[in-house]
Design a binder for this molecule. Structure first.
Ligand code: NFS
Length: 671
C-alpha cells in the first residue's frame, strides 16, 4: 500500500513552496517532498547499524550481541559509518577551499580572466597572520605567497595546519594534548578512509578521535581557506539589501538560477549579466534583461556580497524549475538533486553543469575554467537567453521578502564600535549584563523528512524571544529570511526586551546572516574573538553559546557539527541520529552516542546531541546558555531587567521622586 502523502501545508510552512507543491501535484510531477513520502527510510541504515564496507556483507545488526561477518561490533560499525560521513563532508568543503586557493594563485599570476583582488585589506591581514611579509609589496605578490601557503595545507604531511594558530591558545594546547591537531587536510581525510577499511581501526573511541581531527581539518583548514579566499577575491561581506523566495523570478526577464556552492563561477555570471552586450542580447530576445538568482549556498555567496536575490533554499531547487520561468539552472558542486534533469524535461529549462567534478546524465555540460571565466560566463548567459523563446506557461508565486545579509566577522567587529574603536567589547558587555542572554548559531540544511523551514524558523523565533542573539548560515538563513527575521524591524517586534535594546542601538536585525556553510568558520572566528576580548572566559567552551542544525541532512553538516564541538561548542542536531541504534533492538548500542556527547564534552568542552523535538532543542539551548552564564559568575538572566531604552526610560525616571529614581537606576535604596 502506498504511504500517505503529506498535504502541501504539512510539507512546508512556506506559502510559495505550498503553492508550487499544489501545482506539481496538478501536473503529476514528483518532488523531493513526495519522494520522501513514498520512500520509507531504512531503519537499520538510519540508526547506523548497517555495514557495507566489504562484500562479506552488507551486515545488518538487528539483535543484541550480533556482529558483522568479520566480527565488527555495533560500536565499531556505527563509529566507522560516522567517521566516513564526517570525512566525506570535510572532503567536500575542503576541495571547495582548494579550488579557491588555486584560483587565488592564478589571479596572483595574471592567469585568469575577469577576476581581481577586491579586498586588499583582508589579503594583508590574513597574510600577516602567517608572517608573510606585506610591507612594500604588491597585492599580487602577497596573494601568491598566501595561495602557496594555503595550497600547501592540503598536501602537508607532518606538523600542524597553519590555520590552527587562529584558535585560542588554550584550544591549540588542548588539541595538541589530545593528539587531534590536523597535520594536513588531505592526510586526515585519506587516513579516515584507511582506518575505516575492513580490518583496520576497530575501537570506537579511537575512530571518533580521528573524526575530530578530520573535522578540524575542515573547520580550521579547508572551509576557512574557502572563506578567506572568497573574501579576498570577491570582497568581505558587509550589509546589503537583498530578497528571498521564488517570487524573485521575473516573468519579463531571462531567469538564470545559479545553484551549488563555489562563488568562482557565480561571481563571474553576476559580472557578465551586467555587461551591456548581455543586456542588449537579452533585449533582442524580447526580455527586459537577465534576472539572476541563487539557490543553496551559491545563493548565499552572491546574496551577501552583491545583493543578488535568493530564489530559495535546498528544498526549493525543484520548485524554481516548476515555475516554468527558468531558462537555465547553472550548477557547480554539492546539494544538486539528480532529479532536476528529469524534472526540467517537463519544461524548457536547461540544467547546465559546469564543474570538472560534476556531470549529471542528461544535463548540458559547459565546463568552467577560471582562465576564461568571463567568456564562459557570457557563453552560459547567451545559451540561457537563446532558450527564452522556448518558454511555455509560467507560474511564479508572488512571494518575496527583503533581508539584510552580509554580517562577516569583520563587519560585526566594525559595527560594534565603528572605525574609531572596532571591537567585540560591546557584544561581550551585552552578554555579561544579560541584555543578550546568549548566542545561538542556527545553521544547516532542509530535510524533506521534516516540515520544510518549520524547525529553523520556530527555533529561531523562540530563541529571539528569550533574548538570544542568533547568527545563521546556509539554507537555515534563507528559511528565516523568508520569514522576515533578517530585517531590522524584526529586532523591534520579534525579540525579547534586552535584545531589542541591542538591535535598536546598533541598528541590526536580530538574526545575523553570516554566509554560506563554508562560512561557518566565520562563527568560529567570532567565538574566538569573543573569548579573546575577555569577560566571557578564556575559550569558546566557556561562552554562553549553542550551535543548532535543526533540519540537517548532509555529510557536510556532520563535519561542521564535529569541528564546532572540537572547538568547544554545544551542538544540537534535529532529525534522527545516524548512530542512534534502537535500544529495544540493540540495547548496548549507545557507546558512540555517549562518546560524541559526554565523552567529547569531557575532552573538548563541547558535545554533539541529536534532539528531534523543537521545544526540547530550545530548552536544551537555554539550559546550556544559563549554565555557562552561571559558571562565568554572570548575573542570572532576567527578562524584566531591560527593555526600556532611550527616551521612554528617561521620561519614566523623571516622573519619579529622587529617592525612587535612584533606586530604579542603581538598584539600591536611598540612604
Ligand atoms: Ni550546507 Fe550548502 Fe543547504 Fe545543507 Fe546543502 S546548500 S553547504 S549542505 S542543503 S545548508
Amino acid at each position: 500500500m502506498a504511504k500517505k502523502r503529506r498535504t502541501p501545508e504539512e510539507a512546508s510552512i512556506d506559502s510559495s513552496t505550498q503553492e508550487m507543491l499544489v501545482l506539481a501535484e496538478g501536473l503529476g510531477i514528483g518532488t523531493a517532498f513526495t519522494r520522501a513520502d513514498d520512500m520509507a527510510a531504512c531503519p537499520i541504515g538510519a540508526d547506523g547499524l548497517c555495514c557495507k564496507i566489504c562484500s562479506m556483507g552488507p551486515c545488518r545488526i538487528t539483535k543484541d550481541g550480533q556482529t558483522g561477518v568479520c566480527g565488527a561490533t555495533v560500536d565499531t560499525i556505527q563509529a566507522r559509518n560516522l567517521v566516513r560521513a564526517i570525512s566525506a563532508g570535510a572532503a567536500a568543503h575542503s576541495d571547495h577551499g582548494r579550488d579557491m586557493a588555486f584560483t587565488l594563485k592564478a589571479v596572483a599570476n595574471d592567469e585568469t580572466e575577469g577576476y581581481a583582488i577586491r579586498d586588499i585589506a583582508k589579503l594583508r591581514t590574513t597574510a600577516a597572520i602567517y608572517d608573510i611579509p606585506i610591507e612594500d609589496r604588491a597585492p599580487k605578490e602577497i596573494a601568491n605567497d598566501l595561495a602557496d601557503l594555503y595550497i600547501a595545507q592540503f598536501g602537508q604531511q607532518k606538523g600542524e595546519l597553519a590555520l590552527v594558530k587562529r584558535a585560542t591558545k588554550k584550544r591549540q594546547k588542548l588539541w595538541k594534548e589530545k593528539g587531534v591537531t590536523p597535520r594536513g587536510i588531505d592526510r586526515e581525510v585519506v587516513e579516515a578512509l584507511h582506518r575505516t577499511h575492513i580490518g583496520d581501526d576497530q575501537d570506537a573511541e579511537h575512530l571518533m578521535q580521528h573524526a575530530i581531527r578530520t573535522a578540524l581539518a575542515d573547520g580550521w583548514g579547508g572551509s576557512m581557506i574557502g572563506t578567506d579566499v572568497s573574501d579576498i577575491l570577491f570582497g568581505t561581506p558587509a550589509p546589503v539589501l537583498g530578497q528571498a523566495n521564488l517570487g524573485v523570478l521575473r516573468e519579463d526577464m531571462v531567469n538564470v538560477v545559479v545553484h551549488g556552492h563555489e562563488p568562482t563561477l557565480s561571481e563571474m555570471i553576476v559580472a557578465a549579466s551586467q555587461t551591456p552586450e548581455i543586456i542588449e542580447y537579452a533585449k533582442e530576445a524580447g526580455a527586459q534583461g537577465v534576472q539572476l538568482s541563487g539557490i543553496c549556498c551559491t545563493a548565499n555567496e552572491i546574496l551577501m556580497r552583491q545583493g543578488i536575490p535568493a530564489a530559495g533554499n535546498f528544498l526549493q531547487q525543484e520548485l524554481a524549475i516548476l515555475t516554468g520561468a527558468v531558462e537555465a539552472m547553472v550548477v557547480d558542486v554539492q546539494c544538486i538533486m539528480q532529479a532536476l534533469v528529469g524534472l526540467a524535461d517537463n519544461f524548457h529549462t536547461d540544467i547546465i553543469t559546469t564543474s570538472k567534478k560534476v556531470k549529471i546524465k542528461g544535463a548540458t555540460h559547459i565546463e568552467f575554467n577560471e582562465h576564461k571565466a568571463l567568456t564562459i560566463a557570457k557563453d552560459i548567459l547567451r545559451h540561457a537567453i537563446d532558450n527564452f523563446k522556448n518558454r511555455g506557461k509560467v507560474h511564479i508565486p508572488d512571494d518575496r521578502t527583503d533581508l539584510v545579509p552580509g554580517f562577516s566577522h569583520e563587519y560585526i567587529n566594525y559595527m560594534l564600535g565603528g572605525s574609531y574603536r572596532a571591537s567585540f567589547r560591546p557584544l561581550n558587555d551585552a552578554v555579561m549584563s544579560g541584555r543578550i542572554r546568549g548566542i545561538a548559531a542556527v545553521v544547516g540544511c532542509n530535510n524533506p523528512r521534516s516540515q520544510h523551514d518549520q524547525l529553523h524558523t520556530y527555533v529561531t523565533k523562540e530563541l529571539l524571544k528569550q533574548d538570544v542573539l542568533v547568527v545563521e548560515t546556509g539554507c537555515g538563513s534563507i528559511a528565516c529570511a523568508k520569514e522576515g527575521l533578517l530585517l531590522g524591524e524584526a529586532g523591534l517586534d520579534q525579540v525579547g526586551p534586552g535584545l531589542r535594546e541591542i538591535c535598536e542601538t546598533i541598528g541590526i536585525p536580530p538574526v545575523l546572516h553570516m554566509g554560506s556553510c563554508v562560512d561557518n568558520t566565520r562563527i568560529l572566528t567570532v567565538l574566538t574573538q569573543i573569548a579573546q576580548e575577555g569577560g566571557l572566559g578564556e575559550d569558546v567552551e566557556e561562552i554562553p553559546a549553542v550551535g543548532l542544525a535543526p533540519e540537517w541532512m548532509s555529510e557536510k553538516a556532520l563535519s561542521i557539527g564535529t569541528y564546532c564541538v572540537a572547538s568547544g561548542a554545544y551542538v544540537i542536531f534535529g532529525g534522527s541520529s545516524p548512530v542512534s541504534g534502537k535500544p529495544t533492538r540493540v540495547p548496548d548500542s549507545d557507546l558512540v552516542t555517549r562518546i560524541i556527547s559526554e565523552g567529547w564534552e569531557e575532552d573538548y568542552g563541547g558535545k554533539l546531541e541529536f534532539i528531534p523535538d523543537a521545544d526540547d532543542m530550545i530548552q536544551a539551548t537555554l539550559e546550556h546558555i544559563d549554565k555557562k552564564r552561571a559558571d562565568l559568575g554572570l548575573p542570572e538572566y532576567d527578562p524584566d531587567k531591560y527593555g526600556q531604552s532611550g527616551d521612554a526610560r528617561m521620561t519614566e525616571l523623571e516622573s519619579l521622586p529622587l529617592a525612587e529614581r535612584r533606586e530604579s537606576i542603581y538598584g539600591v535604596a536611598a540612604d
